[in-house]
Design a protein around this ligand. Structure first.
Ligand code: ZN
Length: 312
């Protein structure tokens, strides 16, 4: 009988971070300005530790290498996904990610980054930056070099429950007050296009203008193709949010009980609201775990919302 792998997250302090990961989520955060919880991660910049059981104290990257059967012998030299909770107390920088080919060539063999966001919380009237308004490469360069940010950036309204897919080459930024769960490729490569002229320790943070211009898709994908509105109200069923080349993501609202059949290489689960149980093990908001390969049927009970994912 295989065991559930419960994760001990890693926290990141950011100039735009806040304290909600402590006050709302109950995590022991390292201090104010905590922006990111790396909840399920095997990345060298934040490798999660297994909390309990046979593998207690081991990191997820160690398990990937030493116990490949837990992940259905999925091919690849590193764990493919990274799950984060992001609490933006202030606006994040305007950024873009490369794809696998560009990152492999220019970033020491790193993966590129495709990511998606489930909006956990957003203030009334909240907006995000997704895409841009440049019609061709020449206009893109002119808008960036001449700081025509108001014309360049495309802001779209968002609310709790929206789901957004961000392909490589998509200009994007989370704005202050928004809380998301991010499912992404296991990569930490971000090109910063614009940082609102902010200073960190008296200096502006580095921008990556040339690389950004290399990778930004022109023209941008339409808003309709980026912001996905799926009815996720159905209880006790796996509501698929997306299936792309890298991951599949579902929303699962448990109200009462449901049996989930773990037929995937592995299944990542994050409790984002409420509380309950899985196979008698108590769960609460902020718990993240992996059902390993061959786990079989899991019984979930209680009243809670989960975001679930696996590799494509
Ligand atoms: Zn991003």
């Amino acid at each position: 009988m295989s065991e559930i792998l419960f994760m001990a997250p890693v926290f990141k302090q950011m100039i735009w971070g806040g304290n909600k990961l402590g006050s709302k989520w109950g995590y022991a955060i390292p201090g104010e300005n905590t922006g990111e919880c790396w909840a399920v991660s095997a990345h060298p910049n934040g490798d999660c530790t297994i909390k309990e059981g046979t593998f207690a104290g081991k990191t997820l990257s160690q398990l990937w290498t030493e116990e490949p059967q837990l992940f259905g012998d999925t091919t690849g030299d590193r764990f493919p996904l990274l799950i984060k909770i992001i609490d933006a107390n202030d606006d994040l920088s305007i950024q873009v990610h490369p794809d696998d080919i560009y990152a492999g060539k220019n970033e020491n063999g790193s993966f590129g980054k495709t990511e998606c966001w489930y909006i956990l919380d957003a203030p009334e009237g909240a907006t995000l930056v997704i895409g841009h308004n440049a019609k061709d490469k020449a206009e893109l360069e002119d808008m960036i070099h001449n700081g025509r940010w108001e014309e360049f950036l495309r802001e779209v309204p968002v609310k709790r429950g929206d789901f957004i897919q961000i392909d490589p080459g998509t200009v994007h930024a989370i704005k202050g007050g928004i809380e998301i769960l991010e499912t992404q490729q296991n990569s930490d490569i971000t090109y910063r296009v614009y940082d609102y002229g902010r200073l960190q320790n008296g200096k502006p943070r580095e921008l990556h203008i040339a690389k950004s211009i290399d990778v930004i898709t022109v023209p941008a994908k339409s808003v309709e193709e980026s912001v996905i509105n799926i009815s996720t109200d159905a209880k006790n069923t796996m509501n698929q949010l997306i299936s792309c080349n890298y991951y599949r993501v579902w929303k699962l609202d448990v109200d009462g009980s449901i049996e989930v059949s773990q037929d995937y290489p592995f299944l990542i689960m994050s409790v984002v609201e409420g509380e309950g149980q899985i196979d008698g093990h108590s769960l609460k908001k902020g718990d993240h775990f992996i059902l390993p390969n061959g786990f079989g049927k899991a019984q979930l009970q209680g009243k809670m919302e989960l975001i679930v994912s696996t590799v494509a």
